[in-house]
Design a protein around this ligand. Structure first.
Ligand code: DON
Length: 564
């Protein structure tokens, strides 16, 4: 970029090597502080704690937490999926993002989910072997351990292997997921053996879920690194299983999978430094785009309804840019310089009136949106100040629900995050343009937004599942943190959301007061009270002056934030 814009500077395409970036916190080692982990399930947070106690750093803990989540929250993420790990190394302020996003198989084609007449084939991108992309999570384990961790993979994977082998008690939310996906799981004998009773029923809460095949696969990774998954016996079983289920994976697809290290997106907002996920996530761009637009308004000056109106208008514009421009940066040129320029933000801002909603169809664009409770996020801070924000996924609940025989691995249906047909909304109602069309080995556009927000006074590590809602959640969390809200209040905060299309504000119960509802309606917003709540946000905050660390897990889920 020629002239670095004031905000949202420092963006870098594709796989360029990451230059060290110094952050405020690198200087703030004077006051001792504790370590913290917030994740979607207590056993996963404890797995991370065990590894920190064994002398591991935040990166080792990230391996332990991810692997434990693969075992105890298999509906949300796992070895058969992928995601993004945002890292900050305290010793030199080095920041990087591990792109462990799934990639399309080599034989994938742009129209693979369309019939001869160009119509979409029902469910083809969400169920069956064709829906699964090549997983990235196992490669991330080795990458984290080898390049950033202190402990051998063998040690960091131990808690997960134990949980898979010895089992864990079924809890209500997972039971709900199993009930919801029962028919799908029944079609995969290996998945049914793990998650259903012998007669195909849903196990009771408290039933012990054992996953011996998954333990064996994890052990192969512990012994051989990524090779234990991407080649040899496990790879052969994965490919055979996927092909038997109608898929197109090859051994070469697995053998050639690589984690790509990408420079995170870095921006500023009223003096705060925002470090977030870069493409193929759309999250960082969209959050920084919205903050850039908002930076031109003196938000505290406005009444609460107008403030929310302005945030909604910023969301509308940021989601529109997502739909139009974004895709895998190794395949399409993303106009980052344009999107990050203050002039562009000023242009976006000039179309916002403080008293009136702008209909989305007045913004040039394309079509489309709903949500989910799958995918998972965790945040880690170690006592040395190293930090990880990771959002990982198999896309929808249990992915495709298919477990290739003998592998213990549930496969993702992340192919659905591609724009399988221009203008067709995906499962999250998100539309995309050709930038996100399918191509061999390409990574689909994601909304996952692991983020650090740092001011001279403190730091927040934040992220959440929630499909398209992730971006608006991280935006609200950022604004709330900068307003002085505690970690516990940030995760609890009632959410509202606008994603450009459909042109409506969806809100959780309690997110808007009666007066705000009236005022927003009078401005022309169409409001929809959501029948459900969304997200499962995991936040850690660190106050530099006092050394106080807080960890909070979203009350919408069953997770726990631990500080030790
Ligand atoms: O990468 C994405 O944007 C989606 N695969 C994330 C899915 C998700 O968050 C589902 N959660 N509710």
């Amino acid at each position: 970029m020629a002239a670095a814009p004031a905000a949202f500077a420092d963006v870098l395409p594709a796989a360029a090597p990451t230059a060290p970036v110094r952050a405020h916190a690198a200087e703030r080692t004077a006051v001792a502080h504790r370590a913290a982990i917030a994740s979607a399930y207590p056993l996963a947070s404890q797995a991370g704690q065990e590894i920190l106690a064994a002398g591991g750093n935040a990166f080792d803990a990230a391996v332990a937490v991810s692997a434990a989540l693969a075992v105890v929250e298999p509906s949300s993420s796992g070895l058969g999926g992928g995601g993004f790990y945002l890292l900050h190394r305290q010793s030199d302020g080095y920041e990087t993002m591990l792109d462990a996003r799934e990639k399309a198989p080599g034989a994938a084609t742009r129209d693979m989910y369309l019939d001869k007449a160009g119509n979409e084939i029902d469910h083809a991108s969400i169920s069956g072997g064709l829906a699964s992309a090549i997983p990235g999570e196992p490669a991330a384990f080795e990458f984290l351990a080898r390049k950033y961790g202190k402990l051998p993979l063998k040690r960091s994977l131990q808690p997960a292997i134990r949980l898979a082998r010895e089992g864990f008690p079924l809890y209500a939310r997972l039971q709900g997921g199993i009930r919801y996906k029962r028919q799908v799981l029944l079609r995969s004998p290996d998945a049914a053996k793990v998650f259903l009773t012998a007669d195909g029923g849903v196990p009771e809460v408290g039933a012990i879920i054992k996953q011996p095949d998954l333990a064996t696969t994890l052990q192969a990774i512990a012994d051989q690194g990524a090779k234990g998954f991407y080649s040899g016996r496990v790879a052969a079983d994965l490919v055979a299983g996927v092909r038997a289920d109608g898929g197109i994976w090859t051994l070469q697809d697995l053998a050639s999978y690589r984690v790509i290290e990408r420079k995170p997106l870095i921006g500023t907002y009223h003096g705060a430094r925002i470090v977030s996920a870069s493409p193929p996530s759309s999250g960082g761009i969209a959050v920084l785009d919205a903050l850039n637009i908002l930076s031109g308004f003196d938000l505290p000056r406005y009444d609460s309804a107008t403030r929310k109106h302005l945030v909604i208008e910023a969301m509308r514009r940021a989601y529109r840019d997502r739909a139009v421009y974004l895709g895998d940066p190794d395949f399409v040129k993303i106009p980052l310089a344009l999107l990050s320029s203050p002039d562009y933000a000023a242009g976006q801002r000039s179309s916002i009136r403080t008293d009136k909603a702008m209909p989305s169809d007045m913004l040039p664009g394309i079509e489309s949106e709903p949500a989910g409770m799958h995918t998972t996020h965790f945040s880690v801070l170690d006592a040395g100040g190293n930090r990880v924000a990771a959002t990982i996924s198999v896309n929808l609940f249990f992915g495709t629900g298919y477990m290739p025989p003998k592998t213990g691995v549930l496969l993702n249906n992340t192919m659905d995050d591609f724009s399988t047909k221009p203008g067709r909304p995906n499962e999250f109602g998100l539309v995309g343009a050709s930038a996100n069309a399918i191509a061999p080995n390409k990574r689909s556009l994601s909304s996952m937004t692991p983020t650090f927000v740092e001011t001279p006074k403190g730091l927040m590590i934040i992220g959440s599942p929630g499909g398209s809602y992730i971006i608006s959640m991280v935006l609200l969390g950022t604004l709330n943190y900068l307003d002085g809200m505690s970690a516990a209040d940030i995760v609890k905060y009632p959410r509202y959301h606008h994603q450009y299309l459909p042109d409506e504000v969806e809100y959780e119960p309690g997110a808007l007061s009666d007066a705000e509802i009236k005022e927003l309606q009078a401005m022309g917003h169409s409001l929809r009270l959501s029948g459900r709540r969304w997200g499962n946000m995991q936040v850690i905050t660190w106050d530099f002056a006092s050394g106080k660390v807080d960890a909070a897990s979203d009350p919408r889920g069953e997770g726990v934030g631990l500080v030790y």
